[in-house]
Ligand binder design. Structure first.
Ligand code: GMT
Length: 377
């Protein structure tokens, strides 16, 4: 296919959407496209030098006359500058608000003709379920895009249910870089954490937002711990951290719950883990489940949003109703005590990542969309 000049805007430090945007940019660069990140800081997974990847920093000044820093306007203005200077074919933005709306504004400011591709990751759409004040802006961002993708079928349907749009939305699943996320040798990491060889390790990784439902993670673990020796690794940080810390302090198994804070090398943590829990109230996909699966760690997740599209119940993990911590514990104990079943789940998880969520498949789907949009311009 023709090599394109592609701009990418995402929140560079925010969870899954930033990871997907950055990994996609890296893969597109490897396939010969010229990539321009237009973001407020260097995306945290952009950890390698590529001659055809450029970074354009959005500077947001906090002038005393403004009550709020004008991030959206600064971004749109930077987008317009980059579009004019670099003659981009495509601007791929992650999130309808504010990024798609900024891209539309940049199109008007620059007067240039380029394609806008918007990927929905869930956060802006799920916010809409509770707060309709931004509904018009989200609809505008979606309607004015030349192509829109969603990271799961569930998110696509949820978007159609909440927004009256005629826009076609294509589902392109999240993916993982299997050169990074793979089973690795953790050395004596388990021992370093003081975890005994016979103790099973359960892991939860998130940004500790309320929707990640940390109390259910702790409650499920306590029920598991009553039945068998195990440790819980809580990885990440965020608004719910204090609440969870207080909850754990009251628990009879508080020494079996380890708070590890934010961590970079999560593949090594997965390498000592036997099970991943993601019991969110809302989740458009659950990228961290896929990262665990790519490292051979099966997961238990709530049957919410896109999680049932990632976990194949009874094959590579289990799905439970939201709030049903007893089922989480029952499935976990059964799986962790049955080595043959656990190995089968581990292999099925690795296979699903290779067959259904392989990065090459997703990058090709994005390329087809860029090609179509670029031709229409
Ligand atoms: O889940 C978060 O708190 C972060 C959020 C984000 O914007 O990065 O994650 C969303 O996008 C990820 C990548 O597509 C998805 O894997 C997450 O499921 C989704 N989070 C929600 O829908 C709550």
């Amino acid at each position: 296919m023709k090599k394109l000049k592609i701009g990418i805007t995402c929140y560079p430090t925010v969870g899954g959407s930033g990871v997907i945007a950055t990994e996609l940019g890296k893969m597109l660069a490897e396939r010969g496209h010229e990539i321009h990140f237009i973001t407020s800081s260097v995306p945290f997974r952009l950890n390698k030098i590529y001659p055809n990847v450029f970074f354009h920093e959005v500077e947001v000044n906090n002038y005393s006359v403004f009550q709020y820093p004008p991030y959206d306007i600064a971004l749109a203005s930077k987008m317009a500058d980059v579009i004019k200077e670099e003659k981009l074919d495509i601007l791929h933005v992650h999130y309808a608000i504010p990024h798609a709306v900024c891209a539309v504004l940049a199109r008007h400011m620059s007067g240039e003709n380029f394609g806008i591709v918007t990927t929905l990751h869930g956060t802006d759409i799920s916010v809409l379920g509770e707060d309709s004040t931004l509904a018009q802006a989200i609809k505008y961002g979606i309607d004015c895009s030349d192509a829109v993708t969603a990271v799961s079928e569930s998110l696509k349907q949820q978007t159609y249910a909440l927004i009256d749009t005629k826009q076609t939305i294509d589902t392109i699943y999240n993916f993982v870089d299997d050169n990074v996320f793979k089973p690795v040798d953790p050395g004596n990491l388990k021992e370093q954490f003081g975890i005994l060889p016979h103790e099973k390790v359960i892991i939860h990784i998130s940004n500790f937002r309320k929707i990640k439902n940390l109390p259910d993670i702790v409650d499920s673990f306590l029920k598991i711990r009553e039945k068998m020796p195990a440790k819980l690794l809580l990885v990440g940080d965020g608004p719910e951290k204090h609440r969870v810390t207080d909850l754990v302090k009251l628990s009879p198994y508080k020494d079996d719950i380890l708070f590890l804070g934010k961590q970079e090398n999560i593949t090594e943590l997965f390498a000592i883990s036997d099970l991943k829990l993601l019991l969110s109230e809302k989740e458009s996909f659950g990228l961290v489940l896929l990262e665990a699966m790519a490292c051979g760690v099966p997961g238990i997740g709530t049957a919410i949003g896109g999680i049932p599209e990632v976990i194949n119940h009874g094959v590579n993990g289990y799905l439970v109703p939201l709030g049903d911590t007893q089922s989480v514990a029952d499935y976990a104990v059964d799986l962790l005590q049955d080595e043959v079943k656990h190995e089968a789940f581990r292999l099925a998880a690795l296979q699903a990542v290779k067959e259904q969520f392989h990065e090459s498949k997703m990058v090709e789907q994005y390329e087809r969309i860029y090609e179509r949009v670029a031709q229409e311009k």
